[in-house]
Design a binder for this molecule. Structure first.
Ligand SMILES: Nc1ncnc2c1ncn2[C@@H]1O[C@H](COP(=O)(O)OP(=O)(O)OP(=O)(O)O)[C@@H](O)[C@H]1O
Length: 908
C-alpha cells in the first residue's frame, strides 16, 4: 500500500457573495491505496473531505468529480503516486487553481527578495502592474511601510519594464536612486526598495531540466548530479557566520546595496541616493533570497540540498539584510538561536529560517524537530501556526523514533521529542546528521524545560541546535548563543545579538572562555507568509535524495512489514520460488542468510554464520520472528541444501501459535515432541558425528567445493523406528552436507538433559559442521553463562518489560539505550562486530490481505497525533483465508516437486 498526503481545496461558496478572496475550504488528507489505484477510485472521497457532496453542483455528478492540480484538469484514470498525484500535491475541486501553477520560467517576473512579506514571485504580463500593500494590488506586499498603492510598473509587449512611484509615503528607490512619478526604465536584475521590502526584476529563462524520477508511489527521487561546487572566494575558514561586508565581498556578485535613507528615516524623508551594484538573478549569490528558495523547491532547482554537513555554509541562515547586504548567522558557531518579538512577524521570520534550512540541506544532512506545546496557546492555534512544517521531508523520524513525525504538539510529545535528542537516547546513537529543534514558546512541562535547558547547554557539541521562539526576549531559554529580536515601529527590523568576531578566522581560532556578544541593529528582517511556507514545504514533501547519496541510518522503521513483501514474493508462485533456488550457488562456509525484516535502510537479514539468540518478553513476537526466519531460509535455500529441525521448549496450547505451521516447509526434517526429545538428541549427536567424519580435516566449504551436489537423489524409504539404522541410511543416502538449522522456541523451557546436552554439543561443534542454532527465550537470565548463551554470535532483543533481560540478550552493560518499542516485532540486533541496529521483524503468519485492505482509503490528516507513539494494536487479521506461511509453504512444496529437488529425509 502506498500512502500519499494531499491537500484538497474545496469549491468556493457559490452565490452572489462569492469573491476571488472568499476563503476556500481545505483539507489535508492521507490516501492509502494499492499501487496502481486511479484518481477516480478516491475522487468522491477527496471531494467529501472538503464537505462537497457529489452532485451538489453543476459539473459534478455522483460519478464525476473534477479535480485540478494547478491549472491542469486531472483525468480520473490518472494514477495515484505518479506526478502530479504525489506526496504534498494540492488538488482543487471544480476549478483550476491559478495560484498554484508553477511559475513559467520563460516569463519575466518580479521577485520579492527581502522584507516582511518576502518570497513572492509575480509573473509580469504586458500591461500595467500596481505594487502596494493593498490586497487589491496586482503585486501585494504586506509591509507596513509600503503604501496601499505604492508604485506602478508598465510592462511592454517587448518585455521592457518601466517603474514610477505613485506618490507613496516612504518613497521608492531603484538600485538606490530615488524614483519619482515619472516612469523610469527598470532593467532586468535591478533592485527596487520600498518600505523594508526589496523587489527584483528577474528576466525569464529556459525551463529547468527535470531532475527527478517518480517512483510511482508518491515520491520523486532526485537524479544524481555532480556535487555543487562551493562558490569562489570561500575557504574552509569561512565556515562561520559572516558579517554583512564579508558576505557581500565573498559572493560572486555583490548584492545590491539598499539606499541607506530607507533604513534610517522611514516614513519621513525621501531616501538619499547611493551608489549600488547590480546583480542578476543567476548569481544571486551565496545566501538565496526567499523567492529563489521557493523556485528552488518548486523546480526543484540546482541549489536544492546543496549543503552537505561539510559545506562551509551548512546551518548558516540569512536573517535579513542590512544596508542591502545579507546578514547571516551560523547555528554551528552560535550553537543556538532565539527569536523574540510579536507573533505574526516572529512566525514569518521563523518560517523564512526553517525554509532556508530545508531547501539547502537534504533530509539526510539535517533533521528538523518541531516542539509547539506552549499551554498558553490553544492546540488549534499551535497547529494552525505550524501546519505547514510537517510536510517537510526533514521531519520524518529517521532513527526509529516512536512517532510518525518529529513533532510535539502536546506536552507528552514535546517531552518525548526533546528526550530523543539527549546524548544517551537510543535515537541519537547512530545520528550522523545535525538536528535543528524549533521550540515555539514554553515546551509544555517542567521536565521538558529541563531537557530543553540541557539541550541549549550541551546540544550544539553533539549537533543539536535549538531555534527558540518567544514573544519577549526574557522568555527565551537562558544561555542561547544568539538572539534576534524584532524591533522597529512596525516590527520589520531586527536587533541581532551574537558572539562577537563571528566568521573572522582570527577569532574562530581563538579560545574565549565567555564569548563577548556584539549587537547588530537595524537589520531589515526576511519574513514569509504561511501560504508561502506551505507551498514550499509541499513542494519538498515528495522529494527524496538519490539512493547513493542518502546517509546511512536514515529512513524510518515501518510499524509492521510483511515478509513476502520483504522477500519480493508478493505473488508467491512456485515458479518464482524455483527461480530463487536456481540463483543459489553451492553452499559456502558462510552460514545461510535470511531476510527477516526491515531496518532503516530497507530489507534486512540476520547472518547465520554462527548461532542466533532471540530474546523478548511475552507477546513480543519471538515465535513469529523464528517462523519468519525459517520461511526466509526456505526461500533462499533448496530443500536438499538446508534442513530445519524444530523444537518447542514450551509447546503452545494452540499448536497454530507455535512452530507447527512451519512444518509445512519442505525443508523441515522434524518437529520434536515431548516424547521424542531423547530420540532427537541422539539423532542430533549422531548427525554431528557423521558430519565430522565426512568432513575430516576439511572445512564445510572445502568439502562442498570438492563435489557437485546431486539434485536427482531420491530419498530412500526408511524404517520408522530404528534410529541408528536411519542415521546410517541417511549418511549413505545423503552423501551430501546440507546446512542444518536447529530452531528452538523457548529454549529456557527445554528440560530433557539429553536434549540440552545435544544442543550444547551443537553450540560447540556446529558452526564448523554446517549446523546452527536459533534459540528464542523470554528468560535470558536462565541461559546466562551457559554454552548456549555464549555461543550466540548474533543476538536479537525484542521488546521486554525487564531492562536487565534486554541487556543480557544484547550483552550490553546497560540496556537503557536499547529498550525496544511496544510494537510486536520491533527489535534491536547486535551483530557479530558489536554494532547494534534497530529493525522491524516481518510478519509471516498474517492472513493474506483481502479486498478490505486493498480498498483505497482517504483519512483526514491530524497533525496533533503525528508525534504520538504508534499504538500497539494487534495487526488486524482480515478474513480467515490461509496465512502467508501456508501459501508460501505450498508454493515451496510445488516448486520442490517441479524442480525435481529431493528434500532431506526426516532426521529421526
Ligand atoms: N513481526 C510482527 N509484526 C506484527 N505483529 C506481530 C509480529 N510478531 C508478532 N506479532 C503479533 O504478536 C503476537 C505475539 O507474537 P508471538 O506469539 O510471536 O510472540 P511471542 O513472543 O512468541 O509470545 P509468547 O510470549 O506468547 O510466546 C502474534 O499473535 C502477532 O499477532
Amino acid at each position: 500500500m502506498m500512502q500519499i498526503r494531499l491537500t484538497v481545496l474545496g469549491p468556493r461558496e457559490s452565490g452572489p457573495a462569492s469573491s476571488p478572496h472568499a476563503p476556500v475550504p481545505s483539507a489535508d488528507v492521507q490516501v492509502s491505496a494499492p499501487v496502481g489505484t486511479t484518481l477516480g477510485a478516491v475522487a468522491a472521497a477527496l471531494a467529501g473531505a472538503v464537505g462537497a457532496r457529489p452532485g451538489a453542483r453543476g459539473g459534478r455528478s455522483a460519478t464525476h468529480v473534477h479535480l485540478y492540480a494547478g491549472e491542469q484538469r486531472l483525468d480520473e484514470r490518472a494514477l495515484l503516486g505518479h506526478p502530479p498525484l504525489v506526496d504534498g500535491a494540492v488538488l482543487r475541486l471544480d476549478e483550476p487553481d491559478v495560484g498554484y501553477a508553477p511559475p513559467a520560467p520563460d516569463v519575466t517576473a518580479l521577485h520579492v527578495v527581502g522584507g516582511p512579506d518576502a518570497g513572492g514571485i509575480h509573473l509580469l504580463h504586458p500591461g500595467r502592474v500596481l505594487v502596494g500593500r493593498s490586497a487589491e494590488a496586482d503585486v501585494p506586499v504586506d509591509d507596513p511601510d509600503v503604501s496601499r498603492f505604492h508604485l506602478v510598473l508598465q510592462v511592454g509587449a517587448d518585455g521592457s519594464v518601466t517603474v514610477a512611484d505613485t506618490g507613496s509615503t516612504n518613497g521608492t528607490a531603484l538600485d538606490g536612486a530615488l524614483v519619482g512619478p515619472e516612469a523610469r526604465p527598470l532593467p532586468p536584475g535591478a533592485l527596487l526598495t520600498l518600505g523594508e521590502s526589496a523587489l527584483r526584476l528577474v528576466p525569464g529563462g529556459p525551463a529547468a531540466v527535470p531532475e527527478t524520477v517518480p517512483d510511482g508511489q508518491g515520491q520523486l527521487q532526485l537524479t544524481v548530479r555532480p556535487a555543487v561546487a562551493v562558490p569562489l572566494g570561500r575557504t574552509a575558514s569561512g565556515t562561520g557566520a559572516v558579517t554583512p561586508a564579508a558576505a557581500a565581498g565573498e559572493s560572486r556578485a555583490p548584492l545590491t546595496a539598499r539606499a541607506r535613507g530607507l533604513l534610517g528615516r522611514r516614513r519621513s524623508a525621501v531616501p538619499a541616493a547611493s551608489t549600488a551594484h547590480r546583480s542578476g538573478p543567476a548569481d544571486s549569490g551565496r545566501w538565496p533570497d526567499p523567492a529563489e528558495l521557493l523556485l528552488t523547491a518548486l523546480g526543484p532547482g540546482p541549489r536544492l540540498w546543496e549543503r552537505s554537513p561539510e559545506h562551509p555554509d551548512a546551518l548558516t541562515v540569512r536573517l535579513g539584510t542590512r544596508g542591502g547586504r545579507p546578514l547571516t548567522l551560523s547555528l554551528r558557531e552560535a550553537g543556538s538561536l532565539g527569536l523574540a518579538g510579536p507573533r505574526p512577524r516572529l512566525l514569518g521570520l521563523a518560517r523564512a529560517l526553517v525554509a532556508q534550512l530545508a531547501v539547502l540541506h537534504a533530509p539526510g544532512a539535517l533533521e528538523l524537530v518541531l516542539v509547539a506545546a506552549d499551554g498558553g496557546r490553544s492546540a488549534d492555534a499551535r497547529v494552525e501556526d505550524w501546519s505547514w512544517l510537517p510536510w517537510l521531508p526533514h521531519v520524518r523520524p529517521g532513527h526509529g523514533q516512536p512517532c510518525r513525525l518529529l513533532t510535539g504538539f502536546d506536552a507528552d510529545q514535546a517531552l518525548a521529542r526533546l528526550d530523543e535528542l539527549l546524548p544517551d537516547s537510543p535515537f541519537r546513537v547512530t545520528a550522523a546528521a545535525p538536528t535543528v529543534v524549533v521550540v515555539d514558546g514554553d515546551p509544555g512541562s517542567a521536565p521538558a524545560r529541563e531537557v530543553l535547558a540541557a539541550l541549549v547547554a550541551h546540544g550544539p557539541a553533539r549537533g543539536v541546535h535549538v531555534l527558540a521562539l518567544a514573544e519577549h526576549a526574557d522568555l527565551l531559554p537562558h544561555g542561547l548563543g544568539a538572539t534576534a529580536a524584532v524591533t522597529g515601529d512596525v516590527g520589520t527590523l531586527l536587533t541581532v545579538e551574537r558572539p562577537a568576531g563571528f566568521g573572522s578566522p582570527a577569532a574562530s581560532g581563538h579560545h574565549r572562555a565567555a564569548p563577548e556578544h556584539e549587537l547588530v541593529e537595524g537589520v531589515a528582517l526576511d519574513a514569509v507568509s504561511a501560504g508561502w511556507a506551505g507551498r514550499l514545504a509541499r513542494a519538498l514533501a515528495p522529494l527524496r535524495e538519490p539512493d547513493g547519496q542518502r546517509r546511512a541510518g536514515r529512513g524510518a522503521l515501518p510499524e509492521s512489514a510483511r515478509l513476502l513483501d520483504v522477500l519480493s514474493l508478493g505473488q508467491v508462485t512456485p515458479a518464482q520460488v524455483a527461480e530463487r533456488w536456481a540463483e543459489q550457488t553451492v553452499p559456502s562456509g558462510a552460514g545461510p542468510q535470511a531476510l527477516v525484516g526491515v531496518d532503516r535502510d530497507g530489507p534486512c537479514g540476520l547472518d547465520l554464520g554462527g548461532h542466533l539468540l532471540i530474546g523478548g518478553g511475552p507477546g513480543s513476537g519471538r515465535t513469529e520472528l523464528l517462523r519468519a526466519l525459517l520461511a526466509s531460509l526456505a526461500v533462499a535455500h533448496r530443500p536438499d541444501r538446508l534442513g530445519l529441525l524444530l523444537i518447542e521448549g514450551r509447546p503452545p496450547q494452540d499448536p497454530a501459535r507455535g512452530l507447527a505451521p512451519a512444518t509445512e516447509l519442505p525443508h523441515v526434517i522434524g518437529l520434536v515432541t515431548a516424547e521424542e526429545e531423547a530420540a532427537a538428541a541422539a539423532a542430533l549427536e549422531a548427525e554431528l558425528d557423521r558430519r565430522a567424519e565426512l568432513l575430516g580435516e576439511r572445512s564445510f566449504s572445502a568439502w562442498h567445493a570438492e563435489r557437485a551436489i546431486s539434485t536427482r537423489l531420491t530419498p530412500p524409504r526408511l524404517p520408522a523406528d530404528d534410529y541408528p539404522q536411519r542415521a546410517a541410511v541417511l549418511a549413505v543416502a545423503q552423501s551430501q552436507l546440507p546446512h542444518l538449522v536447529v530452531a528452538v522456541d523457548d529454549c529456557d523451557a527445554v528440560r530433557s538433559p539429553a536434549l540440552l546436552a545435544a544442543l550444547e554439543a551443537v553450540a560447540e561443534r556446529g558452526p564448523r559442521l554446517g549446523v546452527r542454532l536459533v534459540l528464542t527465550t523470554s528468560r535470558p537470565e536462565t541461559l546466562s553463562g551457559t554454552a548456549l548463551d555464549e555461543a550466540a554470535g548474533v543476538r536479537v532483543a525484542l521488546r521486554s518489560e525487564d531492562a536487565r533481560a534486554t541487556a543480557l540478550v544484547l550483552q550490553a552493560e546497560d540496556a537503557a539505550p536499547w529498550s525496544a518499542e511496544e510494537l510486536p516485532g520491533r527489535a534491536w540486533v547486535r551483530h557479530p562486530d558489536g554494532g547494534v541496529t534497530a529493525f522491524q521483524a516481518a510478519r509471516i503468519t498474517g492472513r493474506i490481505p483481502r479486498t478490505a485492505t486493498q480498498r483505497p482509503t482517504v483519512t483526514p490528516l491530524d497533525w496533533t497525533t503525528a508525534g504520538d507513539p504508534p499504538t500497539s494494536r494487534p495487526l488486524r487479521e482480515l478474513g480467515n483465508g490461509p496465512t502467508d506461511l501456508a501459501l508460501l509453504a505450498s508454493a515451496l512444496q510445488r516448486a520442490t516437486d517441479t524442480s525435481a529437488v529431493s528434500p532431506l529425509p526426516a532426521l529421526f
